[in-house]
Write a protein that binds this ligand. Sequence first.
Ligand code: SF4
Length: 242
Amino acid sequence: MNSPTITPIDFSSAHIQQTIKLLKAAASDHQPTALATAFGAESVVLIHLIAELKLNISTFSLDTGRLPEQTYQVAAEIQQRYPITIDWYFPEAASIEQLNRERGPNSFRDSVENRQHCCSLRKVLPLQRALAGKRGWLSGQRHAHSAERANLLATSWDPNRQLTKILPLLTWTDDQVWEFIHTHNIPYNSLYDQGYSSIGCAPCSRATTAGEDSRAGRWWWEQQTNKECGIHADYFSGGSGI
Ligand code: SF4
C-alpha cells in the first residue's frame, strides 16, 4: 500500500476544535476510556484524531460473527495505517451454538424478540466485557443520524454501566464527516459507496435511499422507528445528562 498523503488537521474549524476538546477531556478526566468502533465513517475520523493527537484512549470493536467482508477490509486498512491496537471482542461461542441450534442462524428475522436476543448475545454482552472497568466510553453517534439521536448529549452519565459516555462528533454534519475523511485520506468502508449510510451486521444492514434517515437501513423489516440494538438503547429510556 502506498503511504497516504498526510494533511495537517485544521485546528481553526469550530467543529474540530469542539471534538478535540471532548477527546482531551475524555483522555484526562475519564480514565480508563475507550472508543467503540464498528469502523463506520465517524469512528475512522475519531481514530485518526486520537492517533494524530496521541491521546491515551484505547480502541475496541465487537466482532459479531456476521459482519460484512467490507468491514473486515477497512479494519485491516486502519490497523495497517495507524499505530493503534484494536481490542476485538467476540460473542461467547457456546451461546451462539445454542442460538443457532434452538432458533436457527437467521432467527433475527422472525421477531423483534429474536432480533434483540441475537443482538444481546453478539453485541450487548461482549460490550459489557469490553467496557468492564472503563470510566469513559466514546461513540460516533451524531444528531444527524436519526430523530431519536437528535436529543443526545455530548457528555452523559450511563447509570447502568456506571461510566461517562462521550460523543465527540455529535454535532457534525454528514458533509463535515466526509470532508474530514477525504481531506485526510482515511480508509473507509466501501459499502458507503454502494449507498449504505449505517453499517452493522451484513444481514441486518442495507443501502438507504434519498429521504431516508441513516438508521433506516438497519433492521428495515421491523416497524418501530427507534433502530437501536441494545448497545445504545438505554440512552433513550434512562440515560441522564451531566
Ligand atoms: S445486527 Fe442482526 S446479526 Fe447482528 S447481532 Fe443484531 S440481529 Fe444479530
